[in-house]
Design a protein. Sequence first.
Length: 309
Amino acid sequence: MDVKFSILIPAYKKRFLREAISSCLQQTYPNLEVIVLDDCSPDDLPAVLADFNDPRLSFYRNETNVGAVDVVDNWNKCLSLCTGDYVICMGDDDMLPPESLTEYLLLIGKYPTLDAYHGRAAIIDEQGAYTDIIPSRSELENVFELMRHRLEGWSQFIGDFCYRTEALRAAGGYYILPLAWGSDDLTAYTMTADKGIANTSRVAFLYRNNSWSISSASHTDLKLSAYKDTFAWISRYLNSCSCATLEEQLTRDTIIKNLSAYKRDFQAAILCQCFKHSRLKCVGYILRRRKFEASITTVLKALLSSWLA
């Protein structure tokens, strides 16, 4: 089977970009393209690209900066530029292990009718050392299983997922939320709603924890707003979808029963990161809690967690 993969790298930071690109071009499966989109970075990203002499690598630059808040626009611009049958979008600081595309090719060969495939992720630090690995999943999951794992705290990232390009475009591209906070989740649910998803237990993505990531304590209001919209989407979906089996129905009903608790946990995690830097902000979030549909208990739980962390 000869399929083409498109690897999308919306880029702004130079620090790890060379490693990210190298990891893509060094895949054991060679039929690929790498699309790098420079979001008007102040860093000299073209100098990084100049180090590579590979026709599979393409470079584009935005005329104006899109920025972190609207970063999903860059994901979708890359999607519009790609020519592959399947697409993976990753950060400019992340990496793919050499066998990533080979692993996806095996899944595609085994489950050719699906639109979504998922690779196991490992966490690396700023030096590229392994620090953690995400638990493995069943080889086949329906959307409710995928959703429940995520809501119960399993980490996943945009670079974990490989989508059929045509299907992702037909769905409107990557789901747009501020800072892309929840965008990877809602995109995954949309793409797995009808057919489910196939998972590999092999590591197919390396997520880099670093101090330059928007996963830090910044943009708390936007993150809370994005999760408000995320949980509203999930609620609408769960209350309107149909289930094909008893197992699907029971999983869906379990999610519905626990949805408020899941929401409180996600809100508390965001607030905890904020309060680690400034606990005085707790007062402001108590006063403005209704804007984000958060309770006083959730805010105080986050404050306590920030003290204990």
